[in-house]
Design a protein around this ligand. Structure first.
Ligand SMILES: [Zn+2]
Length: 455
């Protein structure tokens, strides 16, 4: 690999307290040095990338994606998912375990890593299931899964109902130095739900999930973690009460981290009226006050990271045949029994890898967070959770780098996604800011064009 000088950009590296005009030199897949702009000479034969006007940041890390592989190649594969990640500026993504078969054995973990190695795109961190088959009854062999390459544990998609089993999981993983990421949903409180319990659910005539289904379980699991003396991570928090519980837990010494998804920071339950199944996910889009609380928590440090919960689904899973006409021009009526049932059956989830940067930069432009905080939320903190060798541009680190043009205006066009799925609530939205170039291990894996080569 030859040397690359990324010159004249605004280098933002919170781990080293750097935010300014710096040049960055890369060689042999590693960061060689960074110096104030103009102070680094490019060695003979080095390529120079003009990054003026752009941010040069540690490669972005997403601690929560679903790549559907093994099992659902119509929705996504590891290859298409990792290319979508690279196009979105991500250099490392943590792939959840709810595949088919479930990632609960070293064989599946090794398969995921092998597939990832054959793709010239983002790196993959396998997330192991906590319980076999996501069944909530029997724990996986944590040490064997770590040995195979798993770096996080989660039954995401499902909560772990058995508190004693969760305590045992937290003790075991904590002893090994790893963390469990929890999907928080009390299914007794939640019941059969289609969206958030609120005004819009009443208008459409469908059943809602109360906010307490999430926050109640968050409170319980914080108590379990306190008792187990182990850290825990809370996936995709969506309610104000959950955030209050996190603040309270930290005051009491619980090592809790948490994430929020771009869609929960951007949209509220009203979006379901316009978009129907493309605005349906778990947890659901909440009320306006919950969105305000999430945005405040992104700014004040309560939320540690932005994670996309990238969840690809095909049109059939989203029941578009039965529902597309209902939401074509917004829905202002109560759904018929069949339509309401179809919305209930529509799979939960939205794709997010290729829109996350633009949506996060909106938070910067709105004055909610600084660019430096954005890098903490999207690179440094998720890298720490995954124990990934990532999150900083210090000399010697792997040369995983994202070049972002924060002023680049573009319109979300799902047909152009590298993901195999199109289920986004942001189609047609005008965004400002996107990844212009993504480097993984010193290799350019995305430069504004589709990168299709095999590694
Ligand atoms: Zn989940």
């Amino acid at each position: 690999l030859s040397a690359i000088l990324i010159a004249g950009g605004r280098l933002i590296d919170p781990a080293r307290d750097i935010d300014g005009a710096f040049d960055l030199l890369i060689a042999d897949g590693r960061i060689v040095a960074s110096k104030p702009a103009g102070m680094l000479a490019a060695p003979d034969g080095a390529a120079t990338i003009d990054a003026r006007g752009c941010w040069v940041v540690p490669g972005l890390v997403d601690a929560h994606v679903h790549l559907r592989d093994p099992g659902y190649p119509r929705k996504e594969t590891i290859a298409s998912g990792l290319r979508a990640a690279a196009a979105g500026g991500f250099t490392t993504v943590a792939a959840m375990a709810n595949t088919s078969p479930v990632n609960d054995t070293p064989d599946v973990t090794r398969y995921m890593l092998e597939q990832a190695r054959s793709v010239r795109a983002a790196r993959l961190v396998p997330v192991s299931a906590v319980t076999k088959g996501l069944g909530g009854r029997e724990l996986v062999d944590f040490a064997a899964m770590i040995e195979a390459g798993a770096r996080l544990f989660s039954d995401d998609g499902l909560p772990i109902d058995d508190a004693a089993l969760l305590a045992e999981a937290l003790e075991q993983t904590g002893r090994l130095g790893y963390v469990v990421s929890l999907h928080e949903e009390d299914r007794v409180i939640a019941g059969e739900w289609t969206m958030h319990e609120g005004e819009v659910a009443r208008q459409l005539g469908v059943r809602g999930m109360p906010a307490a289904a999430e926050s109640g379980r968050v409170v319980r699991d914080i108590a379990v973690a306190l008792r187990a003396g182990a850290p825990l991570h809370l996936a995709h928090l969506s309610t104000a009460a959950s955030l209050e519980a996190v603040r309270c837990a930290r005051r009491n010494g619980v090592a809790v981290t948490c994430e929020a998804a771009p869609h929960h920071l951007t949209l509220d339950e009203e979006a379901v009226l316009r978009l129907g199944p493309d605005a349906k996910m778990n947890p659901p889009l909440r009320g306006r006050q919950d969105v305000q609380a999430l945005r405040a928590a992104i700014a004040d440090g309560t939320i540690d990271m932005i994670a996309t919960d990238h969840a690809p689904h095909d049109a059939e899973s989203k029941q578009l045949g039965a529902l597309a006409h209902c939401f074509a021009d917004g829905c202002s009526r109560t759904l018929s029994a069949e339509e309401g049932q179809a919305l209930g059956l529509a799979s939960n989830g939205v794709v997010g890898l290729e829109t996350a940067v633009g949506l996060a930069i909106r938070l910067v432009d709105e004055g909610l967070i600084t660019p430096r905080r954005l890098v903490e939320l999207m690179a440094l903190n998720p890298a720490r959770l995954l124990r990934a060798e990532a999150g900083t541009l210090a000399a010697g680190a792997a040369a995983d780098v994202t070049v972002i043009d924060p002023g680049r205006e573009w319109q979300v066009a799902p047909a152009k996604f590298l993901s195999r799925s199109r289920n986004t609530p942001f189609a047609g939205m005008h965004l400002k800011g996107r990844a212009m170039m993504t480097l993984v291990g010193g290799e350019i894996v995305y430069d504004g064009r589709v990168v299709n080569g095999a590694r």
